[in-house]
Design a protein around this ligand. Structure first.
Ligand SMILES: C[S@@+](CC[C@H](N)C(=O)[O-])C[C@H]1O[C@@H](n2cnc3c(N)ncnc32)[C@H](O)[C@@H]1O
Length: 244
């Protein structure tokens, strides 16, 4: 079973930098009332419903895991927010060219083949559309062993952390101009108490949920290796505009 199937079973998702990183991304991305936006790899839909509620943006979430897309959809319905979520693969989006004004993702491209995935985002975004991501980057020097440890633990085909420049280059190869590429100082940033508690609850549920799905030995190895996440990586945000 892969990491994404575990997430589907546990019913919780998260990303490096937590809510503070989300707020920073959205402050720079500036989704607006009436715009059509897509979240790529929306997971359980926390950010998706927040964008719909706070900014009045029409949102579409996609995720490759059915229970997560369903949960994101239910969250939107519960909050009476305008939008929906479906199951889809970022590398093969079921939307026409130039459909959306805004697109974003939080810790998803680290798992994807960069050229195909960024090209697909470029295809579905309108000209002058804005695109933002939160992804892991190296704190100082690259430590490729961390990627391989994590890929093995998560049982996923790909897990590639890039440098700030490599991320910017991968994005800008697809008609995007990168306007912001910024490392955040750490994984844990100050955020309002209720959001901080919400991050803590999600991370605790994730850790405990994983403990119930994998053998103790594998869980322990994962817990040991996670030190490398904090030692070698930090989250970064990128905001780009589609210029071609
Ligand atoms: C680390 S989680 C982040 C989820 C969400 N962005 C959040 O922060 O809570 C990565 C998400 O990407 C989804 N995902 C991974 N590969 C995908 C793909 N090829 N197409 C669509 N979603 C994908 C996973 O199912 C998972 O929900």
């Amino acid at each position: 079973m892969s990491f994404f199937q575990w997430l589907g079973r546990i019913g919780v998702t998260s990303h490096p930098g937590g809510w503070a990183a989300t707020e920073k991304l959205l402050t720079n991305l500036k989704p607006k009332k009436g715009e059509l936006a897509i979240e790529l790899g929306c997971g359980h839909g926390r950010t998706l419903s927040h964008v719909a509620e706070k900014f009045g943006t029409k949102v579409v979430g996609i995720d490759i895991v059915f229970p997560l897309a369903l949960q994101a959809c239910q969250r939107l319905i519960k909050r009476k927010a305008e939008g929906y979520a479906i199951v889809a693969d970022i590398c093969n989006l079921p939307f026409r060219d130039e459909t959306f004004q805004v697109a974003w993702a939080e810790s998803v491209f680290v798992f994807l083949p960069k050229p195909e995935a960024f090209a697909e985002v470029g295809r579905v975004l309108k000209r002058n559309g804005r695109f933002g991501i939160i992804e892991l980057t190296w704190r100082d020097m690259p430590f490729p062993e961390y990627c391989e440890q994590t890929r093995k633990f998560m049982n996923v085909p790909r897990y590639e952390v890039l440098t700030l420049d490599q991320w910017s280059e991968a994005i800008s190869r697809n008609g995007f101009e990168v306007r912001i590429a910024e490392k955040l100082p750490s994984h844990s940033l100050p955020s309002p108490l209720h959001q901080w508690l919400s991050d803590l609850r999600d991370l605790t549920r994730l850790g405990l949920g994983l403990a119930l799905q994998v053998s103790f030995r594998k869980w322990f190895e994962g817990a040991r290796d996670i030190v490398n996440l904090f030692r070698y990586t930090v989250p970064a945000i990128f905001v780009a505009v589609k210029v071609k």
